[in-house]
Design a protein around this ligand. Structure first.
Ligand SMILES: *Cc1c(COP(=O)(O)O)cnc(C)c1O
Length: 411
């Protein structure tokens, strides 16, 4: 195979149908940002949208904005804008609260829909909040928590075949390894065993096309500050399949999830659709940033996004091979999300040395170097340069400089 050159990459950028989106983000000069899977970049439209919400809607219009600026309906309006990105109908998604809180609501709702069973099956090595929330739910609901290796199909099938699993919670893309799970097949397998499924989409939404309705998924949750670029602490979303709307009961029954909140009734009555998953007041200013981002996402062809994502991860894997690090991410493109994870016992100082050179990735203990590829604002030439920098840092031993060893609070 002839080696890939930088001019090859520049040519691919010239031909890239998604190239124009890069101009819609504000990116710092001299930085190659491979951490959009942790905190997405700032959409150029977001600061203006936030300023308008604060200065006009809040500052001038005050309380009238609950109606006039659509504040009250924002969780539903944004859910409807997000729905096409996950293959759902508009009324099946609402935006609000955080992923952790939405996980709690979805897991309890699923357990209540399957009352004969008392096991929540999670996955070993899932993102900690998923594990912790599951533990908490199990304790409150008198359920039992089990964990399985989600990438071992025989183990997963065996755990479901036990016949006592009420709900299965899996991440669509593993936050550490980048492994992409087969949503259609696993959901089918779970249903065939009488188990409901909650999918965590944190590392797949905005990274690849998702077909929640097409796969018959029961519930899903996800955050908007990773590939969806809605900013730190932005509200999350929850999907509830239409067929569960009449029977599903989530536990945080606040007034925003009420059918007629302005009756100020003393009795709770759930709203229609996914709206019943809302609880209390939502962060309107943060929602403005999400809206700016979702407006941009309406124009993204997810098939092209996935094609570019695969090409970028392929390029990075190929160009970093000579660094000699172990590839943690599945080598088959259709089995990985939009990230590449590499393993090295000195991963932390290597990532720090890369950051010092303007290539931003991150480190996940104990030994994973993680690089996310956001196709809307990354160029092929950036990925080529980032890969060259990694090879040089490892080969030269630059990372051994003691200034790269000191651990920061957020890695
Ligand atoms: C990022 C992430 C979360 C984040 O949860 P928060 O409540 O937003 O802190 C949860 N689950 C997974 C799998 C994640 O990757």
């Amino acid at each position: 195979m002839t080696p890939i050159t930088r001019p090859d990459c520049v040519r691919r950028d010239d031909e890239d149908p998604l190239a124009g989106f890069r101009r819609e983000f504000l990116l710092p000069e001299g930085v190659i940002y491979l951490d959009g899977n942790s905190l997405g970049a700032l959409p150029a439209a977001a600061p203006g949208r936030i300023a308008r919400t604060v200065e006009h809607e809040w500052g001038e219009r005050l309380i009238a904005s609950w109606n006039d600026a659509g504040w009250w309906d924002k969780p539903r309006a944004l859910g409807a804008k997000l729905a096409p990105l996950v293959g759902a109908a508009p009324h099946e998604v609402v935006v609000g609260d955080g992923t952790s809180a939405n996980l709690f609501k979805a897991l309890v709702a699923a357990l209540r829909l399957n009352p004969e069973r008392h096991v929540v099956l999670g996955e070993k090595g899932n993102f900690p909040t998923d594990l912790y929330i599951t533990e908490g739910v199990a304790e409150i609901m008198g359920a039992v928590e089990r964990r399985v290796d989600a990438d071992n199909r025989a183990a997963l099938a065996g755990a479901l075949a036990a016949g006592d699993v009420a709900v299965l919670l899996l991440s669509h893309v593993d936050y550490r390894t980048g492994a992409l799970r087969d949503m259609a097949e696993i959901t089918r397998l779970a249903h065939a065993n009488g188990t409901l499924v909650v999918w965590d989409l944190c590392h797949s939404v905005g990274a690849l096309p998702i077909e929640l309705a097409g796969c018959g998924v029961d519930f899903a949750v996800g955050c908007t500050y990773k590939y969806l670029n809605a900013g730190p602490g932005a509200p999350a979303f929850v999907f509830a399949a239409q067929r569960h709307h009449s029977a599903a009961r989530q536990p945080l029954t606040g007034w925003h999830g009420h059918a007629r909140p302005f009756d100020f009734s003393g009795e709770y009555a759930p709203a229609e659709g996914a709206s019943s998953f809302l609880s209390g007041s939502q962060p309107v200013v943060a929602a403005a940033a999400l809206e700016a981002s979702l407006d941009l996402w309406q124009r993204v062809d997810l098939r092209l996004l996935r094609e570019k994502s695969v090409a970028l991860t392929e390029l990075f894997i190929e160009q970093t091979r000579s660094a000699g690090l172990d590839l943690v991410t599945p080598p088959e493109p259709d089995r990985r999300g939009s990230q590449v994870a590499l393993r090295h016992p000195e991963g932390y100082p290597i990532v720090q040395a890369l950051i010092a050179r303007g290539v931003v990735g991150d480190f996940r203990a104990p030994d994973v170097l993680r690089f996310g590829f956001a196709p809307l604002y990354l160029r092929y030439a950036d990925v080529f340069d980032a890969a060259s920098a990694l090879v040089e840092v490892v080969r030269s031993g630059q990372w051994r400089d003691p200034r790269f060893a000191a651990a920061k609070a957020v890695t």
